[in-house]
Design a binder for this molecule. Structure first.
Ligand code: AMP
Ligand code: MG
Length: 407
């Protein structure tokens, strides 16, 4: 049995990076960017109007008010996409719509509401005095040419998509999605929706793991529930190791008479790096490598398998895709936490902010077979081995579930 720290450092040495691929902007959501996105032009690209109104010379409007209107000669229209090529001279103005280029010679826009309106094409009455730069969105006021907009390693959300579109990127260089095989094993497993007999249980792990893989940005390309049978396991695994970057199993990897998963991995030439880790839940945790595949054997108990994925597999997927690492943080316990003497202890929990402090508490149900402990939580709490249980007021590591927020 090795420590969590040792196991993490072994895994770190075996992780490989996935290749990059180009995807259309439409297909880039949730992918990991493998290039910095740089502004190839300033934003705004040109001085343009923030309002529908009239581009004027501000000096022509001095003293203008409702009771003392100033009449200007309208010499044209500048609209979004159709800039006016005319230059304003003293006493002149141009109708200028939101987003339209500010014509040469103009230094301010008067909102149409403060004029006699667009109805007369030859003249307009200005009813307000304006200042230089009024209602003008200045070239480069938001972003300068050459600014880094989004850093390599960022997960693409609607904000990133919007920025890439704004700056004209039609394609993005992203990490390929990791190809993943997941399988569960157990003669007792029945699919939800089917009838269940004495001694059987419903398979829940593959549903959880499938969703976790998708959330982490991977593609499940092979998935099955297998009997505790070496031949079946062998068939599935040999194909998985040929075609996948990662194989994740749940169950069949501990000391039971019918736990064949490890044997089959070894028969297939998988190099075993460890098989037992000083952690609870999930002491039997297999990690091995094939020619081009990382292999995680998670234990079958639903909480061990779920937490095992979050602690061991999720960070590996992130790193393979070049994603910026998610950090854990500390919070103060409001309830006792059952630390273990020689094992790292993980439990689902809840973290929240109260009076400026980050507080947390573990889920009440602590058995590794109790999947309801994953309801109404937002994090996995983790404590180093310790001779005493942690008490309210003690600090503990919080790993926020990446799709959750503090509540
Ligand atoms: P194992 O690791 O195969 O010894 O399984 C440990 C426990 O987890 C047993 O109670 C299994 O019935 C249960 N288990 C294994 N696989 C699954 C699964 N896919 N869904 C739900 N429970 C499972
Ligand atoms: Mg089993």
């Amino acid at each position: 049995m090795i420590s969590v720290k040792e196991a993490k450092s072994i895994i770190r040495r075996k992780i490989f990076s996935l290749d990059a691929e180009a995807v259309q902007l439409n297909n880039a959501i949730d992918r990991i960017l493998l290039e910095d996105i740089v502004a190839n032009f300033p934003s705004p690209r040109f001085n343009n109007s923030a309002m529908d109104g009239f581009a004027v010379r501000s000096s022509d409007t001095i003293g203008a008010s409702k009771n003392n209107t100033i009449t200007l000669k309208n010499i044209g229209i500048s609209s979004a996409g159709s800039p006016s090529q005319q230059k304003l001279n003293q006493g002149e103005c141009i109708q200028c719509m939101t987003g339209a280029k500010i014509p040469a010679g103009s230094d301010a826009v008067v909102m149409v509401e403060h004029t006699s309106g667009f109805s007369d094409n030859s003249t307009v009455k200005i009813m307000i005095e304006t200042q230089p730069d009024m209602h003008i969105r200045k070239k480069g006021e938001e972003i300068q040419k050459g600014d880094i907009l989004i850093s390599k390693g960022t997960r693409i959300t609607p904000s990133e998509i919007g920025i890439c579109a704004t700056f004209g990127y039609g394609q993005l260089k992203v990490s390929k999605k990791p190809k993943i095989a997941i399988f569960g094993t157990g003669n007792e497993l029945v699919e939800p929706g089917k009838d269940i007999k004495e001694g059987e249980i419903y398979n829940s792990n593959l549903y959880v793991l499938s969703d976790l893989v998708a959330k982490a940005g991977g593609s499940v390309v092979m998935k099955d529930v297998l009997k505790d049978n070496k031949e079946h396991l062998n068939l599935f695994l040999s194909e998985a190791m040929r075609s996948c970057d990662l194989v994740i199993s749940s169950g069949g990897v501990s000391m039971g008479r019918f736990d064949y998963v490890r044997d089959v991995f070894l028969d297939l030439g998988v190099e075993e790096h460890f098989w037992k880790v000083a952690q609870k839940p999930g002491r039997p945790l297999f990690f091995g490598t094939g020619d081009k595949t990382l292999i995680f054997g998670l234990p079958g108990n639903p909480v061990s398998s779920y937490i095992g994925f979050m602690v061991w597999v999720w960070p590996v997927l992130n790193e393979m895709m070049g994603s910026i690492r998610i950090k854990s943080f500390k919070a103060e316990l409001t309830e006792p936490f059952p630390s273990e003497k020689i094992k790292y202890r993980y439990l689902f929990g809840k973290a929240w902010v109260e009076d400026g402090k980050v507080l947390c508490k573990p889920s009440k149900k602590i058995g590794s077979h109790m999947l309801t402990s994953s309801l109404n939580v937002n994090c996995v709490l983790g404590s180093e081995p310790s001779d005493r249980q942690l008490n309210p007021g003690d600090s503990i590591d919080v790993n926020l579930l990446p799709w959750e927020t503090m509540k």
